[in-house]
Design a protein around this ligand. Structure first.
Ligand code: SF4
Ligand code: SF4
Length: 348
């Protein structure tokens, strides 16, 4: 069922929902739009894209996994037992499916610390009124999402009503007595930015892709700040560290914190050797992971969902969408060259 509800009415529903659910949505901070708890419609920023993704709600930036003493070890607990309602856009719903793949299905063993939070989350789809400047979700095939519990269209004019579709029967009672309407969310069908996605049809192409001179351009340009990974809905890398509380003590905790393949020390090993020291090598690794390796491992979809946040975030004005596009063109050139020499590559 779908309902038309004024902001005040929706605030009452949110108040009722908050007894069972913590409600998270994009909020305006001092500098950035990022995810935080909300209790009213007015707090939710829907006219602009959030700078940070919703992943930090259920995959925290820093998280204590375990507490240990000399003789004992126990898992951390989740302090707030309530479930979570998460307002997010179609690209992010699709991005979380990629994160689920990494944390729950990779290697045949689910990550318990991710799973216990993720299982609490219900999705509230925020309908996009327009495609934002850096979005390329259509090119990445992630502009449409069906996996949501509620969908919301925010009022286009002051004082207007929200339209809400309720898919999850468990949420239906909260909307009892509201005015029914005919609403199902619409999805963006065209972005201003159109990106050609690399069609790497054979593994034999990979060494040649690695040797492309264009990666070297990033050696100077990219400063390895990791900002692009931090805002990405599909980046999942983390570091773990054991923290002891006092010098000489064996009491402490194990924490994990987000990390980034673009950081200088990410691949540094004992002895100081770094597998990918140059920024161009890091960019190549990240790009191939986002538009080739993930798909090759799990099938069907690429990792990048085209949310465009990394393009907004980069202090050096590096546009990942353009990197993908250039790679796609280079791949076509390599295929044409090889095709004319050898009769083409067989499919991988
Ligand atoms: S790589 Fe960039 S565009 Fe792709 S999902 Fe990550 S932040 Fe979004
Ligand atoms: S691409 Fe931009 S945001 Fe990413 S590490 Fe390089 S400089 Fe930082």
């Amino acid at each position: 069922m779908s309902y038309a509800i004024g902001s005040a009415g929706m605030d009452q529903i949110l108040a009722e929902l908050s007894k069972k659910y913590r409600i998270f949505a994009p909020k305006q901070g001092k500098q950035y739009i990022r995810y935080g708890e909300v209790s009213s419609v007015g707090e939710i920023v829907w006219q602009e894209k959030s700078h940070f993704s919703p992943k930090e709600v259920f995959y925290p930036i820093v998280q204590t996994l375990l507490y240990f003493t000399d003789t004992e070890c126990r898992e951390s607990e989740i302090k707030d037992e309530r479930e979570i309602l998460l307002f997010l856009r179609a690209c992010d719903i699709n991005g979380i499916r990629r994160l689920d793949q990494m944390f729950l299905k990779n290697g045949g063993q689910a990550d318990n610390f991710y799973q216990r939070m993720r299982e609490k989350v219900k999705f509230v789809l925020m309908e996009c009124a327009e495609s934002f400047e850096t979005c390329f979700c259509v090119s990445m095939g992630s502009n449409v999402a069906e996996n949501y519990d509620l969908a919301v269209r925010f009022p286009r004019e002051a004082g207007g009503e929200l339209a809400v579709e309720v898919k999850d029967p468990a949420l239906e009672p909260y909307f009892a007595g509201q005015k029914p309407c005919a609403f199902t969310p619409e999805f963006i069908r065209e972005n201003k930015k159109q990106v050609q996605v690399p069609a790497i049809s054979s593994r034999d192409l990979v060494p040649e892709i690695h040797a492309l001179p264009f990666w070297k351009e990033f050696d100077e340009k990219c400063i390895g700040c990791g900002g692009c990974n931090t805002v990405c809905i599909t980046c999942s890398c983390f570091d773990t560290a054991d923290i002891v509380y006092r010098e000489g003590s064996r009491d402490g905790e194990r924490r994990r914190a987000w990390s980034s393949c673009m950081l200088t020390d990410f691949t540094t090993m004992a002895g100081g050797h770094s597998v990918r020291a140059a920024s161009g090598d890091k960019m190549r690794f990240k790009t191939m992971h986002k538009v080739y390796d993930f798909q090759r491992r799990f099938g069907e979809e690429n990792m990048c969902v085209g949310c465009g946040r990394c393009d907004m975030r980069c202090p050096k004005d590096i546009h990942f969408s353009e990197t993908i596009h250039t790679l796609a063109q280079e791949v076509e050139r390599l295929k044409a060259e090889q095709g004319s020499k050898e009769g083409g590559y067989a499919n991988a």
